[in-house]
Design a binder for this molecule. Structure first.
Ligand code: 3PY
Ligand code: ZN
Length: 528
């Protein structure tokens, strides 16, 4: 599977790659990589970021890509009962989401739960199945099955969970190594065990290359009987992204695992992405992340979160603080019960780690003073059971000390939630934004109410900014530069900024420009 259109840029460029740039290369991918198992191009953080930061509709991205790639299965990441959000939604939201996703062109849904909590995974699986999608249930990999002293997440833990997922009807079984901690020897042990137990189920492995061993691990998986591994095109691979497509393709060329992909095509594809990546300089992880980091084997921070935490620490001028956060992250994980760490459980561990750093607390101090600390909301909610149940249960007496008499949820967190009333949301949206509200807007609003409101408002005010090229979108036009904007097929606007007036008493400036040769002006709030 090629992850370039989703996880690679989620991990390296803060999920900022725009539909504009995906659309341009989609036909090439369709022609040259028609024998991919799938292209991952949707879900995870892309849904939220598309609306919140790119001011574009995630559903239109899916539709546009589908038009350009009719022949390669599309794959997305579904966070189980969290769909493409950060919190549990009532089941009817997850069902509706999957239904619309299939209708808009999605094929394969990788479904996971951040605590490997089976009831949450099963909600997602059932929703995908009902919608007619391909169910790829994922086990989030944590620990190290090649280290006999780490007993909690041993081979039996994974094979038991795999048995449950197969019994629940998954079409494909995925090992989701979200931090990149599946070492080659562990990969061989794990995939061999799964292959022996389930000879017929397709096995798909996902990893991140944070330590630098990703290619070796994916080769080990393939040799042990995995059917599909995840890679990103070379120029969007490595570090916290997936291992390199070109490296994997070349390593298995002329063997029985030959992918049939031509390395020259990978190189050409990579060159497009190399140039495109340059457009997203402000979001580039490489500003701070310069090399592989094998400390991920200790801290197990997932790819996207690794770059985020590092970026946060560096932008506060506290580079040394990142070392401290990573140490506390390990401790916070153990305090919370040694859990899989992936959205949103990784946020709980990250929030706890940062809280410990800011308040200069170690594990013993947290345990001693738990009743009196103002812990982050995410941590309290985790202990209340809002995410689901962690493997092996909650650590006690810490949980009781933290919660006191706060309510606790037993079992599946949303089992008692009222279904969302989509008709009511639609009415409210029409009242605010007019009649052009579509079902996909209603669903966006059920998932992200205020982000969707802002997105719809922005679109009404400024029009579809996804037609602007990326430099123009991120940096704006230079004075006297003539820019072309294709608003629809055969309709191009030519815009040239001519002059910017003085600041008036309302904090605005008059901007003079030419639109298709006609002089125009507009008042714009000065935000500098
Ligand atoms: C996501 O949930 O967005 C992830 O990529 C998890 O690994
Ligand atoms: Zn990932």
């Amino acid at each position: 599977m090629d992850t370039t259109f989703r996880d690679a840029h989620q991990s390296l460029l803060a999920t900022r790659v725009r539909t504009y740039d995906l659309k341009k290369i989609a036909p090439y991918a369709s022609h040259k990589f028609h024998n991919l198992y799938s292209m991952e191009n949707w879900g995870g953080a892309t849904y939220d970021v598309a609306m919140r930061f790119l001011h574009e509709c995630p559903w239109e991205r899916l539709q546009e890509l589908r038009k350009r790639v009719p022949n390669v299965p599309f794959q997305m990441l579904l966070r189980g009962a969290n769909a493409v959000g950060y919190t549990n939604y009532p089941d009817n939201v997850v069902y509706k989401f999957c239904d619309l996703a299939v209708k808009n062109g999605m094929d394969i849904f990788r479904v996971f739960d951040s605590l490997n909590y089976l009831p949450n995974i099963i909600v997602g699986m059932e929703a995908v199945g009902k919608a007619g999608g391909v169910i790829e249930a994922a086990i989030s990999y944590t620990g190290d099955v090649s280290n006999p002293s780490l007993e909690k997440y041993n081979l039996k833990y994974y094979t038991d969970l795999a048995d449950e997922l197969v019994k629940a009807g998954t079409h494909v079984l995925c090992i989701k190594d979200m931090a990149g901690v599946l070492k080659p020897r562990a990969a061989k042990l794990l995939i061999t065990a799964l292959r022996d137990r389930h000879p017929d189920i397709p096995i798909h492995v996902h990893t991140h290359d944070t330590a630098g061993a990703g290619v070796a691990s994916m080769l080990a998986c393939a040799e042990a009987g995995a059917d599909i591994v995840d890679v990103a095109v070379d120029s969007m691979s490595g570090l916290t992204s997936q291992p390199s497509m070109g490296a994997v393709v070349s390593s298995v060329a002329n063997t029985e695992l030959d992918t049939g992909i031509d390395l020259h095509d990978v190189t050409e594809y990579s060159s497009y992405w190399e140039q495109t990546r340059n457009l997203y300089g402000p979001f580039e992880c490489c500003k701070t992340l310069k090399s592989g980091n094998s400390d991920v084997y200790d801290n197990q921070i997932p790819g996207g979160q690794y770059t985020n935490l590092q970026f946060q620490a560096f932008s506060l001028g506290l580079a040394e603080q990142f070392e401290e956060v990573k140490k506390r992250y390990c401790e916070a994980n153990l305090l919370l019960g040694d859990i899989p760490k992936v959205t949103p459980s990784s946020k709980v561990v990250g929030d706890m780690a940062q809280f410990m750093v800011q308040n200069k607390l170690n594990t013993a101090q947290v345990e001693d003073r738990a009743e009196d600390l103002s812990l982050p909301v995410s941590v309290i909610e985790y202990f209340q059971g809002f995410l689901g149940e962690p493997p092996g249960g909650y650590p006690e007496p810490l949980r009781s000390k933290i919660l006191g008499d706060k309510p606790r949820v037993n079992g599946r967190p949303v089992a008692s939630l009222q279904p969302v009333d989509f008709d009511k949301i639609k009415e409210e949206l029409i009242e605010k934004h007019g009649k052009r509200i579509r079902d996909v807007d209603v669903l966006s609003s059920a998932l992200y109410p205020s982000v969707t409101d802002d997105f719809l408002q922005f679109r009404e005010t400024y029009g579809p900014v996804d037609t602007l090229d990326t430099t123009l979108f991120l940096a704006g036009p230079k004075m006297a530069q003539e820019v072309q904007v294709d608003i629809e097929k055969g309709k191009t606007l030519s815009i040239k900024v001519l002059a910017v007036g003085d600041l008036n008493k309302n904090g605005q400036r008059e901007v003079f420009f030419e639109l298709n040769g006609q002089l125009r002006s507009v008042m714009i709030k000065d935000e500098v």
